[in-house]
Design a protein around this ligand. Structure first.
Ligand SMILES: C[S@@+](CC[C@H](N)C(=O)[O-])C[C@H]1O[C@@H](n2cnc3c(N)ncnc32)[C@H](O)[C@@H]1O
Length: 189
């Protein structure tokens, strides 16, 4: 998972600017590669990860052992629907290949909105969306059926992010690959 998602993650991350003092949460952290990437950048900040799979949490902890021991990284077993954090803690919340699995997308995004600071940024990066390219669309629709996840169009991204309370929404497509990145801001609440 870590290797196959690396190029997608790199492209998604190229759309935001990270600073060394930031506090970041990666939701659905999987194998922990993105946490590891963040930990190398936020040298005076912190990185948190959550995943509801005990196996993912275990692997993420192994991959980030050094940073956990240094007190930079913390990883918890948790659902996105009920995050184990107080309000307004994070500068950035990321979800790589994650949001299309979430059980109650708008409420789960509201939960992320709750833990973001004012002017905090949400980054969603996904391989597979309702794209215009018919060939790619056919392939990803098949994946979605097999993997039991939902695909969304760029317009649907804007709509569900707006309904969850986000503003300043930008959606980027990598049309040749069928990748999508959405960036949104918490400006109040
Ligand atoms: C396709 S993997 C992506 C992992 C990682 N973000 C990456 O890009 O390699 C999706 C991850 O989301 C987690 N996940 C799915 N639904 C979740 C939920 N409701 N709450 C927390 N984690 C969830 C899964 O356990 C899995 O580790």
């Amino acid at each position: 998972m870590n290797i196959s998602h690396a190029l997608l993650a790199e492209w998604g991350l190229s759309h935001i600017k990270l600073k060394k003092e930031m506090i970041i949460l990666d939701v659905g952290c999987g194998g922990g590669a993105n946490i590891n990437h963040f930990a190398q950048i936020v040298t005076s900040g912190r990185v948190f990860g959550i995943d509801y799979s005990p196996t993912s949490v275990k692997v993420s902890k192994e991959v980030n052992k050094k940073y956990i021991e240094e007190g930079i990284v913390e990883i918890h077993e948790s659902s996105v629907s009920s995050l184990p954090f107080e309000d307004k803690i994070f500068d950035v919340v990321s979800g790589f290949e994650a949001c299309y699995f979430w059980p109650d997308l708008i409420n789960d995004l509201k939960e992320i909105h709750r833990v973001l600071k004012i002017n905090g940024v949400l980054l969603l990066v996904n391989e597979g969306y309702k794209c215009e390219n018919k060939e790619i669309r056919k392939v990803v629709e098949n994946w979605a059926k097999l993997g039991d996840f939902k695909l969304h169009s760029p317009e649907e991204y804007r709509n569900f992010l707006t309904k969850a309370g986000f503003t300043e929404i930008d959606v980027y497509e990598q049309k040749e690959k069928g990748w999508i990145t959405a960036i949104a801001m918490k400006q109040k609440g």
